[in-house]
Design a protein around this ligand. Structure first.
Ligand code: SAH
Length: 514
């Protein structure tokens, strides 16, 4: 018997670019009890789920199936039967070469409630991001989506490529065809397709690492072999490929084709990542540190029971806010238990996290440092004998606490999390960085420089790797870089992400002599 509450959502995750994920998909991920996901799903999406969510990777890479399809179906059914809200995330659209149909049938058969959320399929994204309109008035009046990956044991299911070669005014979009590109193109020609018909391959569509090659059905296989492009890619065949250069907006973005490494620190990084990706860059986020919840239980209980007696609560990181509210709401279930407690925080990212609870931040410094936060609080002239909670991690916040105490405040530190170094030896992004290097690496804070330098052995580049230009957000960060012996290529004119990125674009151009 299935539980009345268990449900499976078969959700399309889109082609890669996070901006192409639907609202519904994001909402469901953030509510899931169990998240089951695939190889082509952007790893960032997995971070949208709740801390309690069970995350299961069932991805497959071409040729090597990690988890067999029938086992995936059993997994979905059993979790739903246990009353769980299951999100089954699939690259692109679940019903386009994604075996979503098989999963839906298995769920229907088992009597499990399910929902299907469409996603932007790879061909649609590849067309949009490579200047290939999939249909065109009077030129291409049909679009055919095909798979090049056929089961050799089932001759009746083989694609009759020659019949597609005979179609007129049609765009062909072929998934999973890279392993047999030459054969497919030859068969299309044998079916009557002109050797001059334009054709293209678009790899990693919509992502910073997108690459494309264009030619004709007679030249494409050779060009692709030369360029080294491989799966995942879409092969396009049809007249619509012809003028792709003129409307190829994505591959002309200022950072397209550039690999830019950024370092993850206590401060959240997603804004920098978003900005770089919007300009076409492939972003490598090096996870230098890992933050985990580590609550001083006794301290927390003592503070919560006395909450009414405090004047200020001070946060120095968004994580602190998240961990505080998680446990606070478990204890109280009502935000009004905070009474008239006033909120102070170190910077914008932390403030955003507080404002999610519809709480006003009354004090925030212009510069995001513990010391400036203390100065801003002192300037409110409310600290004399005031009781203040400072939420902290294991890295000490001595300056902040000392300054507040010197101004007459009675400070209680509340330890909620710890910051630890990540083991980079088995991290895939760090590995990619070591092997291929990057065009640039950006540092937006001294703490990022510090943690990078502490782990420099684990990030040592291989001899073939590209040596990155090193960029700094401002004098303070540069100072730390000099101390640890980094060769700074450029420093941002103003201490803002936009200015840092402007410096990056300028210096990359200069370095490549254009
Ligand atoms: N359900 C997916 C397709 C899964 S089959 C969808 O709707 O897109 C896997 C194939 O999809 C890959 O071999 C490749 O042909 C294509 N593909 C998926 N993501 C891609 C991307 N970002 N760029 C190019 N091709 C992609």
């Amino acid at each position: 018997m299935s539980s009345p509450t268990g449900i499976v959502h078969l959700v399309g995750a889109g082609p890669g670019d996070l901006g192409l994920v639907t609202f519904r998909a994001k909402e469901l991920i953030s509510q899931a009890d169990v998240l089951v996901y695939d190889y082509l799903v952007h790893p960032e999406l997995v971070k949208w789920c709740r801390a309690e969510c069970e995350v299961v990777y069932v991805g497959k890479k071409a040729g090597c199936h990690t988890v067999p399809q029938d086992e995936i179906e059993v997994l979905l059914v059993s979790h739903a039967q246990a009353g769980k809200k299951v999100v089954r995330l699939k690259g692109g659209d679940p019903y386009i070469f994604g075996r979503g149909g098989e999963e839906a049938r298995a769920l229907a058969k088992a009597g499990i409630a399910f929902e299907v959320v469409p996603g932007v399929t790879a061909a649609i994204a590849a067309g949009a991001y490579a200047g290939i309109p999939l249909t065109y008035r009077n030129q291409s009046t049909a679009l055919v989506l095909l798979t090049g990956h056929e089961d050799p044991k089932k001759p009746e299911a083989q694609v009759d490529w020659r019949s597609y070669g005979a179609l007129k005014n049609t765009t062909l979009a072929i998934y999973m065809g890279m392993g047999r590109l030459e054969f497919i193109l030859a068969e299309l020609q044998a079916g009557g397709l002109s050797a001059e018909t334009p054709a293209a391959v678009v790899q990693w569509a919509s992502l910073g690492r997108q690459r494309s090659v264009t030619g004709t059905v007679s030249t494409l296989a050779g060009l692709v072999a030369q360029s080294g492009l491989s799966a995942p890619a879409i092969i396009f065949v049809g007249e619509v490929v012809r003028d792709h250069e003129s409307i190829d907006w994505f591959e002309h973005l200022p950072l397209f084709g550039r690999r830019v490494a950024i370092t993850r620190t206590r401060d959240q990084n997603s804004e920098l990542r978003d900005k770089l990706e919007t300009l076409g860059a492939e972003v490598l986020e090096l996870p230098l540190i890992h933050i985990s919840k580590a609550v001083d239980r006794q301290g927390f209980v003592e503070i919560l029971t006395e909450l009414g007696g405090y004047d200020w609560i001070v946060f120095t990181s968004a994580n602190g806010v998240r961990f505080f509210f998680e446990d606070f709401l478990k204890g109280f279930r009502d935000i009004r238990a905070l009474g008239m407690l006033r909120f102070a925080c170190v910077g914008k990212a932390t403030a955003l996290e507080i404002e999610r609870y519809h709480i006003k931040v009354e004090c925030m410094p212009d510069t995001s440092t513990g010391s400036s936060l203390a100065d801003a609080l002192i300037a409110t002239e409310s600290l004399d004998s005031a009781k203040v909670i400072v939420v902290t991690g294991n890295l000490n916040r001595d300056v902040l606490v000392r300054k507040l105490e010197a101004a007459g405040a009675i400070v209680d530190s509340l330890l909620l999390y710890k910051t630890e170094k990540t083991d980079l030896t088995s991290d895939p992004v760090a590995d990619d960085f070591r092997v291929k290097g990057a065009d640039a690496i950006l540092f937006a804070s001294s703490s990022a420089v510090q943690s990078f330098s502490e782990q420099s052995a684990a990030l040592a580049l291989s001899p073939e790797a590209k040596l990155p230009l090193i960029g700094s957000i401002g004098p303070q960060t540069s100072e730390t870089m000099k101390k640890v012996g980094m060769a700074i290529a450029f420093e941002s004119k103003k201490p803002s992400l936009d200015s840092l990125i402007a410096g990056l674009i300028k210096n990359l151009k200069k370095a490549s002599g254009s």
